[in-house]
Ligand binder design. Structure first.
Ligand code: ACO
Length: 333
């Protein structure tokens, strides 16, 4: 009989360096008021010059493994969702495995941009339910600051760096991951892209990176991204609830991709979900792409807001466009 897949450990990590809106206003023509009003973002964390995406992932992974009471050698697989890998190859997952001092199980990266964690959760759950693995670590980790043009006020204010992780285990008992719905439409790709490989190791201070801008930088048509995100997220959330024979009124927490508070609020309104049931952490770390959903989950879990037996809805939307949602019953206590 197929055992359900449960989240048994959660972790998160934000690099030490905090970049406030006020500091950004000294780099580009913007203000704290504009950023807060249009996005809900107040500050973001920036990776240090001697850190890579894998270092952020390792910190989050260690916390999630501790939380689950497991060692790296207990894992059957390790997956990293990232759009800012340490290098083109090997995978960031291979680097993370090595930095954790483990070997002897498969590792791979997932590239679904901001939807990487939601895609990863769906993929791994399917593989675990098929009997391939019993214990898997899934990390979403990003150093978005390395692919930003720090002269472009329309994009550089929106993103930050960080990592979040979960340990997934097959175990007896009710609950766990109930279902997922994924979707994509690649014809939307001109609306949001980073065309070139990112420059790799680079100084940590954004003002020192201005000369590097242009090597790799996010280009975005923000208004169109906004509108499409709200529509597709509303749609996919409805689909996952239907797939799991559940109603939106049963949902205890929506833990959405933390891109912009206005996208989050507009999606919640469309779903008729009260904002008191919506997790918000975008103010503290801006859009950390694939790390944002597990970072928000980690915050709400550690603050004791996510409780045993609650119904949790995760959703994300990213460049491609690719989007998806997962529904789960929280069993970690
Ligand atoms: N500071 C001050 N003014 C700014 C800034 C800034 N940082 N950025 C843009 N402006 C100006 C514009 O130049 C424009 O000026 P104008 O009227 O003189 O031409 C004015 O503000 C309004 O610009 P809009 O683009 O219309 O502003 P909007 O309300 O759409 O907000 C934003 C822009 C925040 C980017 C919004 O469109 C958005 O959030 N889109 C979604 C983008 C997103 O989240 N992408 C992340 C990746 S995808 C995902 O994760 C969902």
């Amino acid at each position: 009989m197929v055992q359900p897949v449960h989240i048994t450990g959660v972790g998160g990590y934000l690099p030490e360096r905090i970049l406030t809106n006020a500091e950004l206003a000294s780099l580009v023509d913007t203000t704290d008021d504009w950023i807060v009003e249009r996005t809900g973002i107040r500050e973001r964390h920036i990776i240090a010059g001697n850190q890579h995406t894998s270092d952020l992932a390792v910190e989050a992974a260690r916390q999630a493994l501790d939380d689950a009471g497991l060692k790296p050698s207990d894992l059957d697989a390790l997956v990293v969702a990232t759009t800012t890998p340490d290098m083109i190859f090997p995978s960031t997952a291979a680097v993370v495995q090595s930095k954790l001092g483990a070997s002897g199980f498969p590792v791979w990266d997932i590239q679904a941009v901001c939807s990487g964690f939601v895609y990863g959760l769906a993929q791994i759950t399917g593989m675990m339910e098929a009997g391939m693995f019993r214990r898997v670590l899934l990390v979403g980790a990003e150093s978005m600051s390395r692919i930003l043009n720090w002269k472009d006020r329309t994009t550089c204010v929106l993103f930050g760096d960080g990592a979040g992780a979960v340990v997934l285990e097959c175990m007896d008992g009710e609950g766990g991951i109930m279902g997922s719905v994924l979707n994509a439409d690649g014809s939307y790709r001109p609306l949001l892209m980073a065309k070139h490989p990112h420059p790799g190791a680079s100084p940590d201070m954004p003002d020192m990176r201005i000369d590097a801008a242009g090597i790799a930088a996010i280009e975005m048509r923000g208004n169109e991204v906004f509108r499409t995100a709200v529509n597709k997220l509303g749609e996919v959330v409805g689909q996952v609830l239907e797939h799991c024979h559940t109603e939106v009124s049963d949902v205890d927490w929506l833990i959405p991709h933390q891109a912009n508070i206005r996208i989050i609020n507009a999606t919640a309104k469309k779903l008729k979900l009260g904002t008191e049931r919506v997790a918000i952490t975008v103010d503290k770390h801006a859009n950390t792409s694939s790390a944002s959903v597990p970072l928000a989950l980690n915050t709400y879990y550690r603050e004791g807001k996510v409780k045993e037996g609650q119904l949790i809805l995760l959703e994300a939307f990213g460049a491609g466009f690719v989007w998806g949602a997962n529904l789960l019953r929280w069993t970690k206590g």
